[in-house]
Ligand binder design. Structure first.
Ligand code: F6P
Length: 344
């Protein structure tokens, strides 16, 4: 078979590991010819491909990013985009497409599947907010990076008796914030799922500092929101999937805390550092398992499905299930575990 792959949306550590696994099993076991579309759906619209064989993927297992490039192009938002996708698949003789992406990329894959395109999905995002799978690859790496940063911030916070606000990624779901906050011993964790009351945050910090604990770490997800009408926030541009570019809650929060409490406060925005560099061993293994399962799914003709992790096993779920609703933070983890350690 002639099988194509693409990587869409925000990049994430482990993308190359997935493709390496697809190519290895596809070429050596099934005798497939593999190609990669460049820069996500943009490459499909333009018919821009490169060959992908075992040699092309050598040395890429530990390498972050994606050798294919990525974009947030949405063919359904571009005039003639969908027809162009179908035409280039046909012209290039592509029998099946493996789309490696998050909610947006797989949402496009699902719609194209409804139009008869042979697509298999692989769940990718550092945000871990895709349904149908317990974990996406890239998340473990992002949590590791954020946790290391929090560990470092503890010592400088203590030296200066400061409040440190750490902004992590997660625009709709606070998985990175909750996991890195628990792992890093955060004083407070603020997430999009639980609008916060700035006065309660400040009261908790005051109580902690009055007890003689002179430093605090507040981890805030970039999409965290204050309760309505309590704090002004910045807004940014919108992309082709309708997402606002975030980044700014950390700054607003640090200012609000310092103004209200008088405690010296600094903010650190981890930003794209969380997405860069080498994947953890866990993500390399998960990405490799997903890649092998994806090419197997192609040969089983399981189109319209996404490979997923459930109870430690790799399974297939319909793409519709994966992109229907976002997977948000389990309230039991937030209220039952994370909150136990807030401002103690
Ligand atoms: O979707 C992954 C993600 O890293 C989000 O956590 C973040 O909000 C967004 O991408 C940032 O997008 P961009 O790289 O386009 O600024």
């Amino acid at each position: 078979m002639r099988v194509a792959m693409l990587t869409g949306g925000g990049d994430c550590p482990g993308l190359n590991a997935v493709m390496r696994a697809v190519v290895r099993k596809g070429e050596r076991h099934y005798g497939d010819e593999l190609v990669g579309f460049l820069d996500g759906w943009r490459g499909v619209i333009d018919g821009a491909v490169r060959p992908l064989d075992v040699e092309a993927l050598r040395g890429t297992l530990p390498r972050g990013g994606t050798i294919l490039g990525s974009s947030r192009t949405n063919p359904f938002k571009i005039e003639g985009g969908v027809d162009a996708c179908k035409a280039s698949m046909e012209a290039l003789g592509i029998d099946a497409l493996i789309a490696i992406g998050g909610e947006d990329t797989l949402g496009v894959a699902e719609k194209l599947h409804q139009l008869g395109v042979h697509v298999i999905g692989v769940p990718k995002t550092i945000d871990n907010d895709l349904s149908g799978t317990e974990l996406t690859f890239g998340f473990d790496t992002a949590v590791q990076i954020a946790t290391e940063a929090i560990d470092r911030l503890h010592t400088t916070a203590e030296s200066h008796h400061r409040v440190m606000v750490v902004e992590v990624m997660g625009r709709h779901a606070g998985h990175i914030a909750v996991w890195s906050g628990i792992a890093g011993g955060a004083t407070m964790i603020l997430i999009p799922e639980e609008p916060f009351d700035i006065d309660s945050v400040c009261d908790a910090l005051r109580r902690r500092h009055e007890k003689g604990n002179y430093a605090s770490i507040v981890v805030v997800a970039e999409g965290a929101v204050p309760e309505e009408g309590t704090m002004e926030l910045q807004t940014g541009e919108v992309d082709q999937f309708g997402h606002v570019r975030l980044g700014g809650i950390g700054n607003s929060l640090a200012e609000a805390i310092e103004d209200r409490t008088g405690f010296e406060t600094r903010q650190t925005v981890l930003g794209h550092v969380q997405r860069g560099g080498t994947p953890t061993a866990f993500d390399r293994v998960l990405a490799t398992r997903f890649g092998v399962a994806a090419i197997d799914a192609v040969h089983d003709g399981a189109f319209g499905q996404m490979v997923a992790l459930q109870s430690g096993d790799i399974v297939r779920v319909p793409l519709t299930e994966a992109v229907g609703t976002l997977k948000t933070v389990d309230p039991d983890l937030y209220h039952g575990v994370a909150e136990v350690f807030f401002a103690g």
